[in-house]
Design a protein around this ligand. Sequence first.
Ligand code: G6D
Length: 330
Amino acid sequence: MSTRIKFYRISNANGLSLEVLNLGATIRSLEVPNKDGGMTNVVIGLANIEEYLSPEYWSLGYYLGSVVGRCAGRISNGGFNLDNHFYPLASSSNVHLHGGSLGFDKKMWSLKDISQGVKSYIELFYKSVDGEEGYPGNLEINLRYTLLEDNALEIRYTAKTDKRTIINLTNHSYFNLDGQGSVLNHELQINSNHVLETDQLNVPTGRLFTAKGTPYDRRKMKAIQELNFNGFDDTFVLEEGNGLKARLISDKTGIEMEVYTNQKGMVVYTPERLEKLEYLGGAEFSTIPAICFETQNFPDAINNAIFPSAILEPNDRYQHVTSFKFKTIT
Ligand code: G6D
């Protein structure tokens, strides 16, 4: 397995192009046609790929564009019980975050296949061995990034284990459809009626609350910036089925992004700010620089019996498909 950081590029016939690193199966750039006939990189990436390996960057806890796992989100109680065994996990204040100290975002994934054609794709593989970051079971993950001809980026994860374990994968891309500045003027719609209630450590309490009439009520398209907008770092409960889950539009670039997923939850995260790092293309960002759509199962599901299960059985397959579909509004 490579210890050197590498990048892979694919594009489709309509101009969508994607760059992925072996480290963390990270999306470094996603170029989308804009209304002026040019291209806009709609995700935040670093100018120097070696920076993704630096302790300084890791200490920021950004996960820019990376796959997060074995379990994305927070796990309470410093670990979890499974088959009458307690599995302690790396935690701060008894809360485990995003797969631990050396989660999937910090692992070198192997390139399995890359194809540039009608359906361009990059296929990566990672084996998380039994006991890695405290999780049981040898877990093998296949991940395929595909650029579809209708200008969608499809992310398809499949995983299998040789022992009962828990799994909850997501991609942590920071979207900004202007490629710079802030997303406060972006229009946002989220098709969700309920949000997970969390405690002061942002750990789910097991209860939901109704979004209607609150700042979380985003069923109608409106600007992210509104009077009582105080940022998001919350799990929206998604309707079953293949319908639209979220929509984001920038009037400035004319780029519209639709989000589809087979997952039951989506953590929507809007960082207050990002450190002034060297970002791709010399991009500079300001307050509320991006919005993340971390599609996934409910965080801390293993500690909440009423949540959809995060347990993967040896004879099962973990199947997670999320698509980001782009249109240009001229
Ligand atoms: C913070 O609480 C947030 C997480 O949701 C996010 O993924 C991380 O920053 C990057 O911990």
